[in-house]
Ligand binder design. Sequence first.
Ligand SMILES: C[S@@+](CC[C@H](N)C(=O)[O-])C[C@H]1O[C@@H](n2cnc3c(N)ncnc32)[C@H](O)[C@@H]1O
Length: 447
Amino acid sequence: MTEVRDTKDSGKALFATREYAIGDIILQEDKPLAILSHTTSYSAKNDSPFIAIAQAYQQSNTQLDIEAKLLSLYHPQADTANPAEQELWKNSQSAAENDDRLHKIIMIACCNSFQGGYVYEHASRINHSCQPNAIVNIQEDTGALLLRALTPIVVGEEIGISYAGLYLYTDTRARQHVLRRDKFFDCACVRCQEAVDPANMIPCTKCHPRHQSHLDEATQYDDDDEHPVKYMMWKSDQFVCESCDYVETLKSSVATVVHSISDKVLQFLEQYKEQDNSSKASSEQKDNAPQDEQDEELESLLQEHLSLASSVLGARHWTTNLLLLLYLDRGLKQYHKKLIFQQAADDDMQLDLAEHIDHLQRITQFVKRLKLHLHPGHLLSDVIVGIARALVSLSDVKSAQYATRWLDHLIGYEPFLSEALVKVVDSLKSAWTRMEADEPAHKKLKG
Ligand SMILES: C[S@@+](CC[C@H](N)C(=O)[O-])C[C@H]1O[C@@H](n2cnc3c(N)ncnc32)[C@H](O)[C@@H]1O
């Protein structure tokens, strides 16, 4: 049960009028009010995403009562003081061809649609939060929407979902940039106002001096138990060392280097998302040799960026960890592809798997440090299942038991997994007990 109310600085929002436990359904909408394409891809016929929205709307023959509901949703006003909204207002005007109502509809689509262009009567009132307490799941074919609690929610609490996708795990500067660019607002959430930013940590420039006191690529940080790296964390607009209290200010060359690498990685993530999508779309075509080439190029770019981020910004920075996650995801997909052809993992594959597990451990630590109150499965469920599948494929009891330990990281996240994934998790979990029962008695004695 929910109600829509005004907030102090982010318009209207959805509030809980009863308590919710993790996994509870908060809201259900069987169909969207409208499907308003919100595409960012350009083509010769559709030279702007705004024209695409206008065309989708004009072809939809929306009934008057639905149109009235749509027009009541949030859209920027002509006198908005927000520069991102001013841009949106100006750039979308010509696609509306002097039709004020259509102009509003275009802006409503830009500010309210979910993936697939779906706009909802109630769910489109949910604000974004960089520390979300709920998550939306949309059925691709029907547009049916389910809103579920990600954390316990108390009466009167605002419901917040993340509009940021993977960028939820970046630092405040990057998240705000992406939300302004893609969603046209300056985020006013609690996390964005926190002085401390654990996603933005770098090795201390005083404890680990570098050439000319700049960060540089020649310095590697192993960060093991014997030689623990001392880190500086972003706190009130400066980096502060947790060990020696040394400070690098916003104006320092260090901050400039960190920002420039962060911007590079953000740009790369965009390119990665686009190319990965187009590679998925063309993977069913018969002759995909050019796609394979593009894929290899993308992989080498990924490695380049990962090596830059990890050597300069270190193991705890968000850039290193998100790139590592993409790298791990690709590595696991390749592992499983190889396995289809080889039936059993060879020595090289076992080494790869050990490396993948090490990467997953590092990213898990990163997610914990962010203290988002979110289950680690929110970011890591796919790769955890991928690691468990790879371990079970080794067909020995110990590996299967280890796989079960990784799957235990998903306990409590079951309501958010797809039915198919729950089945995979269950069968992987039972693998080691099955294997143990099947194992010959002499092997057990030896083991
Ligand atoms: C889908 S609507 C959400 C409901 C909207 N607040 C309303 O009044 O109907 C998205 C718009 O809400 C505002 N908004 C959402 N999350 C926000 C946040 N975290 N900080 C500031 N504004 C936010 C922005 O104006 C954004 O364009």
